[in-house]
Ligand binder design. Structure first.
Ligand code: SF4
Length: 775
């Protein structure tokens, strides 16, 4: 093969560096043997290795046991950051004192706009409220040469799909739904800001080689089933932890029946099962989408690259596990409430609602967001809305539409669906996250605490996530099912079997939806004010942070690990049940403090459930006095009392939110001891110098309690030995004297790699990077 074929077109940074990747891939094949069959995930990951030989052969039994074992040092091609997480990522990047980012990057202002009255008013209000943050982000983008997407331009994952995602590309995003780009055959991984900074400074980014879960799709979707139902069904099968440590790779004849945006929806929600990322093989749907989004050059170069590496799994490639879904027999699913893996087929939903005593009245239906606002989604829904309106019907519930970007919004305006939604009385929100991330100011009709049901085509449904009301049950479904139920105003309506009655007393039944994969003409361009500003770095730009700001604060480095074991730690709180990153660092109104670590720390664990009292946000000091968890943590910080949290399974589930690691660290946490961790959060803890340990024997969870005193045994040696060695915890029960017979030892496990041991010893990954930059 000649590797001169793909052009490395430096004039367009949106074309992946295919020549470099092809050469690296050739090296990988030499190391692994030309006849070795690889999955697509392996091909893309390994072609991004910094040092293929070392990564693939060190401790891997001659390259035979890479997955789940090797620590891959990867060089991603690009980074994307959303406004909430970009603040901390950039504050961290600033401490490295570099003139520009080493790889292309983008900032997307999407999370801070509150959805209430409609796009125009909400956007104006959002800009006014968050001006200081947007000014900071824009000034940092100018200084370091980062593309800046202003508020209203779109939601990060939709903008990435429309502009940056490309077959064979590898990117990091400071948001857990970054895998959305896997729908365009991109390896896209959600990370915290500290990981993003590593990529931004050009350092290799480390990832334990994921195992590969193959999902074989057969048949063809029909009737009411949509791509969303593939992932809703899969989430039910795998549960929220089932994808942990895996890349989900789709294959099979059913793949070629899906649209590119449908594949993106499926990949987007791979985050809900804890997968590292999700990915589809390159096919003609990708070419059609790239061309419709004005990227003929990317499509042409991707095709050439695929001629060399074949952007699909090799024949005979081995998957660690395989799940098969027959699209032909798949029925719509509805997942929730409160967890995305509680999956109920539509045909059983009515009965389940009644059995579970869930609300039958639907208080609101919301469609769109980064997960489901494609042209295909919206044209399928438009057909339903038009048909229902022609029969004299209007949505019986409040109905909201969130376009994912201004490009899709303008295309929907040009081609008609937007007008149809308006005629039906829906509220068109701004091209931003809004209700999906707690930025939803609802009508006064639902009081806080009141149980009520909403249906959304979003991806996540933890308690309080949408409107801050713990009584709101969010059921996830396709936009079509959300729309049908919104017209009915009922959670028990099944559009496949039930009819609605029109004002003239006639029976109306929706016909199964149909739509267009891409618009008949290429997508309309975004309005000028909502386009990205690409710019060369400008060192003369002053970064805008006021010293008196309540929302932005420069970072102080964390202290290094002591030259001894950790001793005198106390258990701040033992939490029970789900402890997601939302639990550890809530969103909603707290989003406003994302760039101010001391201020946002006031929400730390404030929705966690105390295992010993059953109370939310409650902890006891050593003298028995009651406090909120963040208040006690702050008091202990001030007293110089280091602490740990004890938790159950999948601690840190949900998102890449690094504040969930930064805040406890800032307040004095040195350890988290849990039954298990969510992958991204576990990495984030290590990056911030907090040691995540799991119980070797889960029964020990019952023995340790709040205020118990803890000393590590073997931790310092393990860190100094690059992650090798065992760690135990010596526990002294609260109130017992020194050397008490009640003292006991807890054996633990850890997953600290050599690099991560270095982060912890230095105090944080950033401390280590700064040390390296200074050398
Ligand atoms: Fe925004 Fe929701 Fe998408 Fe996250 S999942 S990027 S909050 S729309």
């Amino acid at each position: 093969r000649s590797f001169a074929t793909p052009t490395l077109d430096n004039s367009n940074p949106r074309i992946p560096p295919y020549l470099k990747l092809a050469k690296n891939y050739e090296k990988v094949k030499e190391v692994l043997g030309k006849g070795r069959a690889l999955t697509l995930a392996e091909k893309i990951l390994y072609s991004h290795l910094d040092n293929a030989e070392e990564s693939l052969l060190t401790n891997t039994n001659g390259g035979r046991d890479i997955r789940g074992t090797a620590n891959l040092k990867l060089k991603p091609d690009r980074v994307a950051m959303q406004d909430a997480s970009a603040q901390m990522a950039l504050l961290q990047f600033m401490t490295c004192n570099l003139p520009s980012t080493a790889i292309p990057a983008s900032i997307h202002c999407d999370h801070l706009i509150v959805g209430e009255r409609g796009a125009k008013e909400d956007l104006e209000a959002g800009i006014k409220t968050n001006q200081e943050v947007f000014d900071f982000l824009e000034s940092a983008a100018k200084k370091y040469g980062i593309e800046f997407w202003p508020p209203g331009a779109g939601i990060i994952h939709q903008s990435v799909l429309e502009n940056y995602a490309a077959p064979g590309l590898m990117m990091l995003g400071t948001d857990s739904h970054t895998p959305n780009a896997g729908g365009l055959s991109t390896i896209a991984i959600g990370v915290g800001g500290a990981d993003a900074v590593e990529a931004l400074v050009g350092a290799p980014w480390e990832l334990k080689a994921p195992r590969v879960l193959g999902v074989e799709l057969t048949g063809k979707l029909n009737g009411w089933a949509s791509p969303k139902d593939v992932i809703l069904n899969l989430a039910g099968q795998l549960t929220v932890r089932g994808g942990t440590g895996f890349i989900i790779e789709y294959f099979g004849s059913g793949v070629d029946t899906l649209s590119c945006t449908g594949m993106a929806t499926i990949c987007n929600m791979g985050a809900e099962v804890g997968a590292t990322t999700s990915l589809f093989p390159f096919n003609s749907a990708h070419v059609r989408y790239l061309e419709a989004t004005h990227r003929h050059d990317v499509a042409a170069e991707a095709q050439k690259f695929s001629d060399i590496v074949h952007l699909g799994a090799d024949k005979g490639a081995h998957y660690d596990e395989v799940v098969t879904i027959d699209l032909s027999t798949l029925e719509p699913h509805i997942n929730g409430p409160f967890t995305p893996d509680l999956s109920t087929p539509l045909s059983q939903f009515k009965e389940t609602v009644k059995q579970q005593n869930w609300p039958e009245k639907l208080s609101a239906g919301l469609i769109g967001s980064c997960t489901n606002s494609s042209y295909e989604d919206m044209t399928r829904v438009e057909g339903m809305v038009r048909e229902a309106m022609e029969a004299g019907l209007k949505p019986a519930s409040d109905f909201y539409v969130t376009p994912g970007s201004d490009q899709i919004r303008e295309t929907l305006r040009r081609d008609g669906p937007l007008e149809t939604f308006k005629e039906a009385g829906s509220t068109i929100l701004s091209n931003a996250c809004g209700p999906c991330i707690g930025q939803w100011k609802r009508n006064d009709d639902v009081q806080k605490g009141t149980p009520n049901a909403i249906l959304t085509s979003f991806n996540r449904n933890f308690k309080g996530r949408n409107d801050g009301n713990p009584g709101t049950m969010n059921f996830l479904a396709s936009p079509e099912i959300v729309t049908a139920m919104s017209f009915a105003g009922s959670t028990t309506f099944n559009p496949m079997t039930d009819s609605l009655t029109t004002s003239s007393g006639k029976e109306f039944r929706f016909t199964p939806p149909s739509g267009l994969e891409i618009p008949p003409q290429p997508f309309e361009s975004a309005r000028p004010e909502f386009r990205a500003h690409a710019q060369a770095p400008d060192p003369s730009v002053e970064i805008a942070i006021s010293p008196s700001s309540e929302r932005l604060a420069l970072l102080e480095p964390f202290d290094a690990f002591p030259a001894s074991e950790l001793s005198g730690l106390r258990v701040l709180v033992k939490v029970t049940g789900k402890c997601t990153t939302d639990t550890i660092s809530a969103a909603g109104p707290w989003l406003k403090y994302k760039g101010h670590l001391p201020n946002i720390s006031a929400n730390t664990l404030n929705t966690a459930v105390n295992a010993e009292t059953g109370e939310v946000n409650s902890a006891r000091d050593v003298d028995g006095s009651p406090h909120t968890i963040p208040d006690l943590a702050r008091a202990w910080r001030e007293r110089g009392q280091p602490w740990l949290v004890v938790a159950e399974h999948n601690y840190g589930e949900g998102s890449a939110r690094e504040h969930a690691a930064l805040q406890p660290r800032y307040l004095g946490a040195r350890l988290v001891l849990a039954k298990s961790f969510a992958r991204i959060h576990e990495t984030n803890l290590k990056k911030q110098g907090v040691v995540p340990l799991t119980f070797a024997d889960e029964a020990d969870y019952d023995r340790i309690a709040a205020c118990d005193e803890v000393e590590t045994v073997g931790l310092l040696d393990m860190l100094r030995n690059g992650g090798r060695g065992e760690v135990a915890l010596k526990v002294r029960k609260h109130g017992s004297g020194s050397g008490s017979a009640e003292d006991f030892l807890i054996k633990t496990r850890h997953a600290v790699s050599e690099d991560q041991a270095g982060f912890i010893l230095a105090g944080s990954a950033l401390n280590l990077l700064a040390q390296q930059q200074g050398r």
